[in-house]
Write a protein that binds this ligand. Structure first.
Ligand code: PGA
Length: 263
């Protein structure tokens, strides 16, 4: 794992945006795995700014991690809508190549299977962006998700429903189920980039990086990944025991002299 600790949330966002931009500059037709949530809002603003400065998504393809079951793409709290408003409407990505699972599909299990096949047909994901749940989830893979799981229907925990309550009029409206890429789907990406900011993520970040690899903390599977980059601000890094070492290897969250993408 490459653990990059940045002084502030703004610096962490900027570092993550630069990693995504570098990927697109090296491979303009990259397949990007995208994420939603509060953490990603400033990140997508940073990508929009880079687009205004010439970064193109025209040849790229994208696959979002997840979508709530029962929400149509135009529902104000759907991830389809989030992605259009936060990113897609502001950049030059071809909407036909920007994929999310359909939450209103008549057969959610079949939709999940078809989504997994679409990712495979696209040649797999080059760079998968990830947020971190306070309970250690990635995508909507809640604790005890199989570490080899594929895209499927998951039941959300009450803590996740509460964390996302702000996007809905009241708690009763927060969906109970989602279609999510599996942990195995996620870790097949050639590069995983997880970003976590704020003290509320400190315990989950410590469990992910320094705890045992366990389905109790699905993000901990990134310890097994050949190329996982974890970008944290100081608050999210505050419970790490070895932060001095990570900062020694990557001062200021920058690449080390020997860096060739491995971790
Ligand atoms: P957040 O969500 O960015 O809204 O905290 C992260 C997640 O649950 O994956």
């Amino acid at each position: 794992m490459k653990v990059l600790i940045l002084d502030s949330e703004a610096d962490a966002i900027d570092r993550a945006a630069e990693i995504i931009a570098e990927t697109l500059r090296e491979k303009p037709d990259a397949v990007l795995g995208l994420a939603t949530g509060g953490t990603m809002i400033p990140l997508y603003e940073a990508l929009r700014a880079r687009h205004e400065d010439g970064l193109s998504f025209a040849k790229a393809r994208s696959f979002n991690l997840d979508e709530y079951i029962g929400l149509a793409p135009d529902h104000p709290a759907s991830y389809h809508r989030y992605m259009r408003e936060a990113l897609f409407d502001h950049i030059d990505i071809d909407p036909a190549r920007a994929h999310l699972p359909r939450g209103d599909a008549p057969d959610a299990a079949a939709e999940a299977e078809a989504y997994e096949a679409l990712i495979t047909d696209a040649g797999g994901i080059d760079l998968q962006l990830l947020g971190l749940g306070r309970n250690g989830h990635i995508g909507f893979n809640e604790p005890t998700s199989s570490l080899t799981s594929r895209t499927r229907v998951k039941t959300l925990t009450e803590s996740t429903r509460k964390a996302n309550r702000g996007y809905f009029d009241d708690e009763a409206q927060v969906p109970r189920f989602a279609i999510t890429m599996g942990v195995g789907t996620i870790t097949e990406a050639r590069h995983c980039l997880l970003i976590a900011t704020g003290a509320a993520k400190a315990a989950a970040a410590a469990a992910m990086i320094e705890g045992p690899i366990s389905a109790a903390c699905p993000a901990s599977i990134l310890q097994m990944h050949r190329r996982a980059t974890i970008v944290l601000d100081r608050d999210a890094a505050s419970e790490l025991k070895l932060s001095g070492y990570y900062e020694h290897v990557h001062p200021g969250g920058q690449d080390s002299a020997f860096d060739r993408g491995g971790a």
